[in-house]
Ligand binder design. Structure first.
Ligand code: SF4
Length: 394
């Protein structure tokens, strides 16, 4: 039987499209979570505590939220605001039910069978013992907008809700993403509803065949934006062929070797658009090449012409409490502590409840410089080429 990691709902966007990825990734360790994913884990832990204990995030202000992997993150105003918005979303949805039951961090599966090899954990699941609606709420802490339409992870969670409430006729899927950038008026809450019969039809016609396809030892490898965080991407011939193929499409570039990198001004508009959408995969691949080479050299193996050198040094206190006590006993206070002017971002967060004239006075002090960058053209219709899985989400 496949493991949870192989067929998890959060990776369904990959294995449902590329059935060969399951076998391709089987012996490749998942890279350790980055800081963004770790922060997401801490934020989820705070949210879970609030929902289970019926508490508010402000009670944990200033505390470090510890993750199972040892990383820890300060419960600051930004984390508090994120969790508060999520709680408000969950409670507002719960209030629409007649007899709601709220499940927090609930393990769900899309099939009746308790040994379903596809299962995951829904952040919040609301079923109604009297009503027809099931609600699934997913907290996303990343900045890349997560599309709610046709989101396989959420659809699997929705099917899990229907296992808990088989009498329901509708499933509402909600993403709460407080830090989503460039979503304009769409805002942090995105929602879609499915009829229960449509979700079950999707399971029978799409999900079940996709699971079966992963069992085939010759399952094809199908490339796309889902390759970006595939652990096999830097050893996958299909992925690399697709990346270089972009330079040949829609027709070969005149006078340009497809294996050389053409100057941007030689690219057509279509090629520019296509390249921008695969650029994160180039970048991720180059990082993986560098990391792999470093690991190889550190393991004592040769990479001709390269060695591992010292990087920039950073210093930090082993134990901040102990350092503070010792430093205070040795030095004057102004050596130990620094008074620094707070940042505009912090003061704006703190003064939310201040009178309007106070806020106006402070706003006049703030200068806003904004750089411009190329971003996906996000539209609520889901027609954009936005990379919905650009950052691993928790
Ligand atoms: S890199 Fe892409 S094509 Fe290759 S196995 Fe992974 S998802 Fe499939």
């Amino acid at each position: 039987m496949a493991s949870h990691a192989e067929l998890s709902p959060s990776k369904a966007h990959r294995w449902m499209v590329c059935p060969g990825s399951v076998a391709a990734c089987r012996d490749i360790p998942e890279p350790p979570p980055g800081a963004a994913a770790q922060l997401g884990t801490a934020t989820h832990a705070l949210a879970e505590w609030c929902l289970r204990e019926e508490r508010v995030p402000e009670e944990r202000r200033g505390e470090y939220i510890k993750n199972p992997d040892g990383s820890q993150f300060l419960c600051d105003q930004k984390m508090i605001d994120a969790v508060k918005g999520y709680l408000e979303t969950v409670y507002a949805l719960r209030s629409k039910h007649d007899a709601p039951v709220l499940f927090v961090e609930q393990r769900v599966r899309p099939y009746e069978a308790v040994d379903s090899e596809v299962y995951g954990t829904a952040d919040a699941l609301i079923v109604d013992t009297l009503g027809d609606m099931v609600d699934v709420v997913d907290l996303k802490n990343g900045a890349s907008p997560v599309e709610v339409e046709d989101n396989h992870q959420l659809m699997i969670y929705g099917l899990g809700g229907l296992i808990e409430a088989p009498h329901a006729s509708e499933v509402r899927l909600t993403v709460y993403q407080p830090h989503a950038r460039d979503v304009g008026s769409v805002g942090p809450v995105r929602q879609v509803s499915y009829k229960a019969e449509d979700l079950r039809a999707w399971r029978n016609e799409k999900l079940t065949p996709a699971i079966q396809a992963t069992k085939d030892p010759d399952a094809p490898r199908v490339t796309g934006k889902h390759c970006q965080y595939c652990p096999a991407f830097n050893v996958c011939p299909a992925h690399m062929a697709s990346v270089t193929a972009v330079l040949r499409e829609p027709k070969p570039l005149p006078g340009v070797d497809a294996d050389a990198l053409p100057a941007p001004e030689n690219l057509t508009a279509t090629q520019l658009g296509a390249l921008l959408s695969v650029l994160p995969r180039f970048e991720a691949w180059s990082r993986a090449v560098r990391d792999f080479a470093k690991a190889r050299i550190l393991a004592g193996q040769d990479v001709p012409g390269w060695k591992v050198g010292d990087g920039r040094r950073t210093y930090s206190w082993e134990n901040e409490d102990e350092a503070e006590a010792t430093l205070k006993s040795l030095f004057p206070a102004d050596w130990v502590f620094e008074r620094k002017l707070t940042t505009p971002a912090k003061i704006r967060a703190r003064m939310k409840a201040s009178p309007a004239d106070v806020r106006d006075r402070v706003e006049e002090l703030i200068r806003c410089d904004r750089s411009q960058t190329v971003v996906p053209d996000f539209t609520p219709t889901g027609e954009s080429a936005i990379d919905v899985f650009k950052e691993p989400e928790i």
